[in-house]
Design a protein around this ligand. Structure first.
Ligand code: SF4
Ligand code: SF4
Length: 322
């Protein structure tokens, strides 16, 4: 019997999600024996023309990591959608826009001005910016179009399943691939991670007092955090109450608070808004002045609360006055 065909592909990606696949170690060899990997640009030599030549739906599953910021990434995403029975948005960039999505807090014009004109290391006396088409010595050169904003994968194609994480832990990658191979997939649109919040499984949860009250926000690099006590109880912002479980507590294990890479818990649209609501209930402040004092200690709240999710959040992008 023919083996199911699988594609692993990166769009706007740092490569960490591909690394998570490699981190499956010897299990990867078992998976590789059970499937036919027909595309994995980071690891093997494949030609996109071979992909274009495949029949629609010929690929059983495509694991797509990275965000979409340019026309080439969109084209590849659409090609994979056409050729695949199932698309798995793999990692926080594909699911939510990821850390590159923080670029949506500025504009394409500001990015180009800084990168090609204003940064102190740039020498560009003619003020040239990249063009999608240019001619050199009679030859036409083309570059992908850089879009106005970063998109999550489901902004440009229909996505069947989601596996968040920056990157997803190897055991959840194994679970996702096994579910496809064994035909044990949950309903379309499911996020392949627990429905509960990280706090529900966090070992530090037991250390929480009955009622947490914060008089002061402390930043993780400014204090020596107790390794067994709930970060919030120590006044350190931890996004565990608003973040989906499933990461394996990698950050907690090195005494770092949750930064939210697994995205919102089931039923929550915007994890940043959810956390602000949770925080409002634990602030120990009576007057407006006291509230302002504590809130002002929260440095870069948008960058902190939406580190992995600006494009998929209610914010989506910077609003520019026309
Ligand atoms: S989710 Fe994280 S590890 Fe994966 S491509 Fe994005 S930044 Fe890299
Ligand atoms: S707030 Fe953070 S440290 Fe505290 S229980 Fe939740 S996940 Fe754990």
């Amino acid at each position: 019997m023919a083996k199911p065909k699988i594609a692993i592909c990166w769009l706007g990606s740092c490569g960490g999600c591909d690394e998570a696949v490699v981190d499956m170690n010897e299990v990867l060899l078992r998976v590789a024996a059970a499937v036919d990997i027909i595309l994995w640009p980071v690891a093997m030599d494949f030609k996109y023309d071979s992909l274009k030549g495949m029949k629609n739906g010929e690929i059983a599953l495509s694991l797509v990591n990275g965000h979409v910021r340019n026309s080439e990434q969109e084209e590849i995403a659409k090609l994979l959608r056409e050729k695949s029975q199932l698309i798995l948005a793999f990692g926080s960039c594909a699911c939510l826009g990821g850390t590159p999505g923080l670029a949506n807090l500025t504009t394409k014009e500001d990015i180009f001005s800084w990168v090609y004109r204003d940064a102190p290391t740039v020498v560009n006396p003619n003020g040239n910016y990249p063009q999608t088409t240019s001619s050199v010595n009679g030859k036409v050169l083309t570059l992908p179009e850089f879009y106005d904003r970063v998109y999550a994968l489901n902004d440009v194609i229909d996505v069947d399943y989601y596996l968040p994480g920056c990157p997803p832990p190897p055991y959840s990658v194994m679970y996702a691939v096994s579910a496809v191979l064994e035909d044990k997939l949950p309903p379309k649109g499911s996020i392949l991670a627990p429905h509960r919040a990280l706090c529900d499984s966090c070992k530090r949860n037991q250390s929480k007092p009955d009622k947490i009250s914060i008089k002061e926000i402390r930043r993780i690099h400014e204090v020596e955090a107790d390794p067994d006590t709930c970060f919030l109880a120590q006044g350190i912002i931890c996004l565990g109450p608003a973040t989906r479980d499933g990461c394996g507590e990698a950050c907690m294990s090195i005494n770092m608070p949750c930064r939210g890479c697994f995205g919102p818990v089931e039923g929550v649209e915007d994890s940043g808004a959810k956390f602000i609501s949770a925080m409002a209930s634990i602030l120990d402040a009576e007057s407006d002045e006291e509230v302002a004092t504590v809130v002002n200690q929260f440095v870069d709240p948008v960058g902190y609360l939406y580190r992995f999710s600006v494009p998929a959040s209610m914010l989506q992008k910077k609003r520019v006055e026309k």
